[in-house]
Design a protein around this ligand. Structure first.
Ligand code: GZL
Ligand code: ZN
Length: 357
């Protein structure tokens, strides 16, 4: 009798063990499912960044990396185009093969995107453009764009100069400007160059020359050196980003000249764009750079808002323009009005921390 009882107890115990074993996951399965869960739920974003030419670009890349994290439910595939459109096109084609959920493109220049964006559209992958614009025949090739109004940035900077010279009674015909341009064909270059060219014409300034500076400090220095050799009357340098401005200041000071605001007493006034580089902001504080038109790089959260809207079946606007201001050394010009809209001017009194919100 006892033996029979022991037998059935053993049978029950074995059955129980089998159930427990089958119910329990092995560490590997657990991880794998965990992994799959993360992968399944994560939204995969392929980001084709144009390069790493400036502090603005680094801040822009950092904003994207800090936004599209696993914790936030994303998997970011980041490709640096190193300033070459061919690399960016290759990256987009790779994203298509990887069947990402979204493609984000920061285009190095405006033209040449129709074919590859058509391939993304045919693959059913939404494309969001950030920063510079793409010039395509069919705007349905991208879902939407978020960035700055570059021509307005240029007009604001030029209007600041116009106000400044009027307040100081400097006749327009005494203003001799050189323009160190950004990467030729980039929306930021096209807009900022146009803003200055139009203002020079309407205000009667002498725009001596516009020269590509590639948005880099090295090129900015190089072109400023040659401009100083070519012209002996330059009194304003309009740099299309801060890295070029730092290069131009290097060249001006190496040539034994001074940067500042007393342009009728031989100083050269430097005007710039971005407001990201801390050294440039320090120069606004100390007066070596008189005005920087802000260009806000923090597009990560803006793109995330758009993706989350799309995920919920929403329809974003086609174009999102970022609000931007101006940084100056002093409050000679308290605000700038363009097309009837008044833009505040922020005098830089301390440098460091987040300039952008
Ligand atoms: C502007 C951006 C420009 C910055 C430069 O949005 O495209 O490119 O002004 C950067 O600093 O290199
Ligand atoms: Zn001063």
């Amino acid at each position: 009798m006892m033996a029979r009882k022991k037998f059935w107890v053993a049978v029950v115990v074995i059955i129980l063990c089998i159930f427990i074993f089958l119910g329990r996951e092995s560490p590997q399965t657990a991880d794998k499912e965990e992994e799959e869960t993360v992968t399944e739920e994560s939204i995969v974003v392929g980001f084709s960044q144009l390069g790493a030419e400036s502090d603005w670009r680094s801040a822009n890349s950092e904003s994207m990396r800090a936004t599209f994290t696993e914790e936030n439910g994303y998997k970011l595939i980041f490709e640096d185009g190193q300033q070459k459109q061919a690399n960016q096109i290759m990256a987009i084609r790779t994203f298509i093969q990887q069947e990402v959920d979204y493609i984000v493109l920061a285009p190095v220049t405006e033209t040449g995107w129709d074919t590859v964006l058509q391939e993304a559209k045919d693959a059913g992958i939404p494309v969001i453009i950030v920063d510079r614009m793409v010039n395509v025949s069919d705007e349905s090739l991208f879902v939407c764009w978020v960035g700055s109004d570059f021509e307005l940035e240029g007009r604001r900077a030029a209007e600041w100069l116009n106000q400044y010279t009027q307040i100081h009674d400097i006749p327009p015909e005494e203003i001799n400007i050189v323009n160190i341009q950004g990467t030729i064909g980039a929306s930021a270059q096209i807009g900022r160059t146009k803003g200055l060219a139009d203002a020079s014409r309407s205000n009667g300034w002498n725009l001596l020359e516009a020269v590509p500076g590639d948005f880099t400090r090295a090129k900015g220095r190089e072109v400023m050196e040659s401009l100083l050799k070519k012209y002996n009357n330059i009194n304003v340098v309009y740099c299309e980003n801060d890295n070029e401005a730092l290069g131009a200041i290097d060249a001006i000071e190496t040539a034994g000249k001074r940067v500042g605001s007393h342009i009728t007493h031989g100083e050269i006034m430097v005007i710039s764009f971005d407001g990201v580089n801390q050294e440039a902001m320090q120069h606004v504080k100390d007066g070596k750079i008189r005005c920087i038109a802000e260009c806000n790089p923090l597009h990560g959260p803006r793109v995330r808002t758009i993706i989350e809207m799309l995920e919920e079946g929403g329809v974003p606007d086609k174009f999102y323009y970022v609000e931007e201001g101006m940084y100056t050394h002093d409050d000679t010009v308290k605000s700038v009005t363009v097309d009837g809209k008044v833009y505040p001017v922020t005098v830089v009194r301390h440098v460091g921390g987040e300039n952008f919100h």
